[in-house]
Design a protein around this ligand. Sequence first.
Ligand SMILES: Nc1ncnc2c1ncn2[C@@H]1O[C@H](COP(=O)(O)OP(=O)(O)OP(=O)(O)O)[C@@H](O)[C@H]1O
Length: 586
Amino acid sequence: MSNTFQVDLRGIVDLLSHHLYASPRVYVRELLQNAVDAITAVRAGEAGAGGRISIESSTTTGDGSLRIADDGIGLTEEQVHELLATIGRSSKRDELGFARHEFLGQFGIGLLSCFLVADEIRVHTRRAGAAPVLWTGYADGRYDVRPGPEREPGTSVTLIPRRGSEMFLLGTTVAQLATLYGSLLPVDVTVDGTTVTVGEVPWAAGRRAAISYAERTLGFTPFDVVELDVPEAGLTGAAFVLPTPVNPATRGGHRVYLKRMLLAEAVEGLLPEWAFFARCVVDSTELRPTASREALYDDSLLAATREAIADQLRGWLVRLASTDPRRLAEFLRIHHLGVKALALHDDEMLRLVEQWWPMETNTGQMTLAEFRTRHGLIRYAATTDEFRQLAAVAAAQDVGLINGGYTYDAEIIERLPELDRTLRVERLEPTDLATRFDAVDAAAELRLRPFLSAAQRRLDRLGCEVVVRTFEPASLPALYLVSRAAHFHEEFTATREKADELWGGVLDALADSDPPDRPQLVLNHRNPLVRRITAIGEEELTALAVEALYGQALLLGYHPIRPADSALLNTSFLGLLGRAVPGEAP
Ligand SMILES: Nc1ncnc2c1ncn2[C@@H]1O[C@H](COP(=O)(O)OP(=O)(O)OP(=O)(O)O)[C@@H](O)[C@H]1O
């Protein structure tokens, strides 16, 4: 046995009027849309005919009601029964049920949105050659139809306000809403006698007009304007590049018009994620709305449109790079954090960073691409601290080094080989440099032994190993080098010392059983002062001097100063001062 669904009319009216739309304000849009479609239907028959919509708000009618009149196609009595009284029935679909291209509406539910603000809807309509009809619909699902007073062909819809919704029908609100939704419509729309339509789309009137449109409507002066044109979506518009940094994760939507009626002011899905720096205003004849008309339907045409717009923005970036690199640098100064964040997973942005973002290196600012051309590979220090320790020494040895310590930089550098498999990336660690230092010759080594063991005795309690090497620059007496493992061990020990019993136990369980390489104090035998110190002979002065070199190397490399280090800096400084100042205490 086959049955048909039963429908609870009140439930459906309530669902469609109150729960489909995000705000009662959309009733103005739905009414405008029906009027425009009715005019379009006439125009399809006789070119250039009609085309006027006038709205009288409750401020003009004086009895609380709102009236919207059009000189469109109108309805016969039979059509009134069929179209207005059947939920989901629309004259804007073809025999196969597909939305007809020329119309804005398609679902056959828009009129119900008026029940968001009205208890009663009256439609007074006449089709050319037919009798006028008056249809009245009520929020509880009843309606009646009777012959209406004489009138010109066309339709007027009157809303009798629902208690509590009167403000939505007031002149100022209606003018604002009609301007918002309808200002670009290709027909003449007036509210209480004042025209709200502007005729031309703002991006068609040249760059200057587009900029002042962005200032008025979007609230910013764009960094640049990119013209958009996607013929397969019947789309034209402009992308406005934001003049201030934004977080790419906060999705700013786009202002989308469909057949020149505003869909919404914050539509998502029109641009790929990487184009976070642009806000678009577009009009499309082919993209489809969702039934609530607050978003775009996510179909293959939207995907193709997104790609096409992305291409046009990419083209803008490429053009900027070749014709105006200074502007591109300015763009990156504004949006670098967002661009870099995206470069972590977007090749497009990664290439932009590689080619155009200047990084700090030990031979001045340069892009990763320039660095590679000069040095053949990308060599970087992963933190700013490591970079500071290494920069001068590396430069003196002709080793190019990038500071990868700024936000995202090290990760970006590590990802570069994904763009180009032949690219070599190397992380330089302080201890790697030690392998570039030359050992002193055998005779000198022998002579240095007593000094080294005295120095080692002094620095043992600080967990530091003393070595003597020769390296450039000769002006640098000593370097304090910490390997990654040793750095971790140091932090770990400091945490263990501060931890309470429970955490202490956990940390002990994690502790590495093999002690890592110890940090090294590398003394430069090429440095004259160091050579003099190694030859002092007197144990106490040697100790003071070694401690002073240790302290200076810590400060030079921006290493953390532990309490034991500052105590040592203090005693060595005072000890040396004591020896430097002649005479006895008076
Ligand atoms: N001002 C008008 N002039 C002529 N016909 C109208 C007018 N307003 C409504 N209609 C008729 O009533 C039908 C139902 O309108 P309704 O707004 O509910 O749906 P729709 O416009 O077809 O689709 P959508 O739900 O997408 O807006 C329309 O298809 C149209 O035939």
